[in-house]
Design a protein around this ligand. Structure first.
Ligand code: OGA
Ligand code: MN
Length: 303
C-alpha cells in the first residue's frame, strides 16, 4: 500500500499514514515524505514501534544526527544514547524526577518556552524527530507555531524592517530567561552565540520565514532592551492561535518538525506523578559542496 498524507492544518501539519518506519523506506516513499515535509513543517507518524536504532536510522534520512548537549553541559549520567536527546521526566535510573531536581528546572522550564531546537549551534538544527514511548493521561501536549504563516501575516513595513536583521542565538540566553545567570568559562565557550538572520527563505518551498526563538539574546544595532521587546513582540505575534497546532500525544507517535521555520513548546502536566518518556533525534542543517543535504548515519555531526 502506498503511504497517505492527511492534512491536519493546511500547509502546516499533516499525518502520514500507511507507513512503517522500522525498516528502510523505499525511495519513492521517502521522496513522498520529503515533499510533504517541504509543505507541512510538522509531520505526524502515528502508531510506530521503533527501537532507538530504527528511530536514528529514519532521522538520518534528513541529515547528520546531532549529539546531545546534556553530557557535556550537565555531566549527568545519560539514560539514552548520546545521539538522542532525552526529553523524559525520568532520571538515569528511570524514576520520575523530584520537584526540586536541577534536571527538572533546566529541561522542563527550558522546553516550556517557545523555541527552536539547536538554532544556537553551527550548523543549526534542521529536523527534530520526537518519539513518544509513554505519555501522561492528561496534559503534556506539544505546541507548534508556523513561522512562515506568521511572517506572511506581518505588515509590509514590519517585514521590510526585519529583513537584514541579524540575531545572536545561544543556549545561555534561553537559560537566563528561566533564571540561570552564572555560567562557567567552559559553558561560555561551548555556547558562544551564533549569528542568524531574523528572516530567512526556506529553499525547498521558497517561502520566507521568521527565525526566532527564546535563544535570541541580541540583535545587531539594538540595545538589549530593544532586542527583548522586539523578540517578545514577534513571539507573541507568531504564537497566536491561527498559527499554532497543538499535538495531543499517543504512545507510538513520531512527530517530526522543521526547526528552520517553526517554534515549539511543551505544555504542563503533572510531571512529578506521571512518566512521560520522549526521545528526540535532531539533524543538522548542512548541505554538501553540491548543495545537496547530507544524509546517512555515517554523517553523525559532532557539534
Ligand atoms: C523537544 C521539546 C517539548 C515537549 O523535544 O525539543 O522541546 O513537549 N519538547 O516535550
Ligand atoms: Mn525543543
Amino acid at each position: 500500500m502506498s503511504i497517505s498524507i492527511f492534512p491536519i492544518v493546511s500547509n502546516f501539519a499533516a499525518e502520514v499514514g500507511d507507513i512503517d518506519l522500522h525498516q528502510p523506506l523505499p525511495l519513492d516513499d521517502l521522496q513522498t515524505v520529503r515533499d510533504a515535509f517541504a509543505t507541512s513543517a510538522v509531520l505526524i507518524f502515528p502508531a510506530q514501534n521503533l527501537s532507538p536504532e530504527q528511530h536514528l536510522a529514519f532521522a538520518a534520512n534528513f541529515g547528520p544526527i546531532e549529539r546531545t548537549v546534556a553530557a557535556m553541559l550537565e555531566r549527568q549520567k545519560l539514560r539514552v544514547r548520546e545521539e538522542l536527546a532525552d526529553i523524559a521526566n525520568l532520571d538515569a535510573d528511570g524514576n520520575v524526577w523530584k520537584k526540586n531536581s536541577r534536571m527538572r528546572q533546566i529541561q522542563m522550564m527550558g522546553n516550556r518556552l517557545w523555541h527552536t531546537d539547536s538554532s544556537f549551534k553551527a550548523p543549526s538544527g534542521y529536523a527534530s524527530l520526537l518519539y513518544a514511548r509513554s505519555i501522561p493521561p492528561i496534559g503534556g501536549n506539544t505546541e507548534f507555531a508556523d513561522l512562515r504563516a506568521a511572517y506572511d501575516a506581518l505588515p509590509v513595513l514590519t517585514k521590510a524592517r526585519l529583513k537584514g536583521m541579524v540575531a545572536e542565538h545561544s543556549l545561555l540566553y534561553s537559560r537566563k530567561r528561566i533564571g540561570f545567570t552564572t555560567f562557567t568559562d567552559e559553558e561560555m565557550t561551548a555556547f558562544a552565540p551564533v549569528r542568524r538572520p531574523l528572516v530567512r527563505t526556506i529553499p525547498e518551498s521558497g517561502r520566507e520565514s521568521l527565525y526566532i526563538a527564546s535563544h535570541i539574546g541580541r540583535i545587531g544595532g539594538m540595545t538589549d532592551e530593544e532586542t527583548e521587546t522586539l523578540i517578545e513582540e514577534l513571539i507573541t505575534h507568531a504564537t497566536q492561535r491561527q498559527f499554532v497546532y497543538a499535538h495531543r500525544w499517543r504512545v507510538g507517535d513520531l512527530v517530526m518538525w522543521d526547526n528552520r521555520c517553526t517554534m515549539h513548546r511543551g505544555r504542563e502536566f503533572d510531571d512529578t506523578r506521571w512518566p512521560r518518556d520522549m526521545q528526540r533525534a535532531t539533524t543538522s542543517d548542512r548541505l554538501n559542496a553540491f548543495g545537496v543535504r547530507e544524509t546517512g548515519q555515517d554523517a553523525t555531526a559532532d557539534y
